[in-house]
Design a protein around this ligand. Sequence first.
Ligand code: FAD
Length: 397
Amino acid sequence: MSGPDEPESAVGADAFTRAGAGLEVAVVGAGAIGATAAYDLSRGGADVTLYDRDDVASDASGRAAGICYDAFADGLDAEIASDAIERFRALSGDDTFPFVECPYVWLARDGDADGADAIRQQVRRMQDHEIVAFEMDGETLADRFSSLRTDDVDVAGIAGAAGYTDPAQYTACLAAAATGAGATLETDTPVEVRTDPARVIHPDGTTREVDAVLVAAGARTGDLLDDAGIPLAVKPYRVQALVAAGDLAEPMCYDATGDFYLRPHAGGILAGDGVEHREADPDTYDRAADPTFADDLLERVTHRVPALERTDDDGLERAWAGLCTATPDRDPLVGRVADGLYVATGFQGHGFMRAPAIGERIAEEILGGSGIDAFDPLRFDGDEAFEIVEGMALDRE
Ligand SMILES: Cc1cc2nc3c(=O)[nH]c(=O)nc-3n(C[C@H](O)[C@H](O)[C@H](O)COP(=O)(O)OP(=O)(O)OC[C@H]3O[C@@H](n4cnc5c(N)ncnc54)[C@H](O)[C@@H]3O)c2cc1C
């Protein structure tokens, strides 16, 4: 697979005019965030080593559903997500990774008044931020998407700048592009990080001092930072997804009342839910789906998309679990935590869709630009007690 051939003018190229020449940077974690950041840092002239304890996309980014949209009500979130969608569009192609345009619908059912109010408010706020989003009732939704059952829908939001991709392919492509731009990829290399001075410790005990370390180690970021003496307010939590046979062209849909999502997939449909509201251990969590997960979820999915009704039990292709990361305010932790030490984690199940923009912004910060103030990891002490709330969940009054 080749890397993307990104035009210099495509995304923030000005920030990358070799600003990092001579800067030595270690990126820990070759998921979507680390691979993107490694690509942008390398394009900026930095001497980058991209480490992974296992392989490229071997953790959350290889397990994600690949749903991408810019339907965020908050202005900053909307801006970042819009940039990410633009970049998915710019980088995707036959030689890189697919990006399939597909509208995103999220809905509340009759009787879920709080959910319906939350969706109405979200759509208004999105429109304020120039996000292409509309409100529809069940009847209008039925006219637009005949595949969806709509007789129980009170209100739905529809966002146009949305689509899906193969997250593992995106990540592999960006990691390849990073090496193409000069980065060194070290797989099967679990490193530790230390600060003052910023450095990584290799599995054989050797230490490498660098100008900057970016820890984008997904669910393991908190533990890695803890070992470096920097507590982070982040908790890993387990979620599940499946692929089943079926025929669905569009839309992607999040049923906020039923608390599940689905999207078209080459093998049929991809659907997910099953968030566990307790902290998971990255070393010991169960990577297989729970025994009852598929049956429970497929019952709810076929309620929403009746044509997916299974005639036998063979429809399930695969089901799995992976880890997401939660923070006290549901905003990510992205930026500097100590001299030469940076993190990017806490994406609440929305890390893949934001990776093209977050990777770019954290690279910019490491190369001397400004960070994202609202995502400053040091806004928390790191010892906060907080509940794990699923990322797609509506803010209900
Ligand atoms: C089932 C499921 C469905 C999801 N669906 C979506 C979706 O549709 N859209 C969306 O936006 N998000 C989705 N997510 C969330 C998304 O997967 C994550 O937010 C995103 O992939 C995080 O990327 P990352 O690069 O931060 O972490 P990861 O992809 O987890 O990458 C971290 C990497 O760091 C490596 N690593 C860890 N420790 C070390 C170490 N000590 N040394 C070296 N390397 C190390 C790991 O091996 C791993 O490869 C989903 C997640 C799951 C589990």
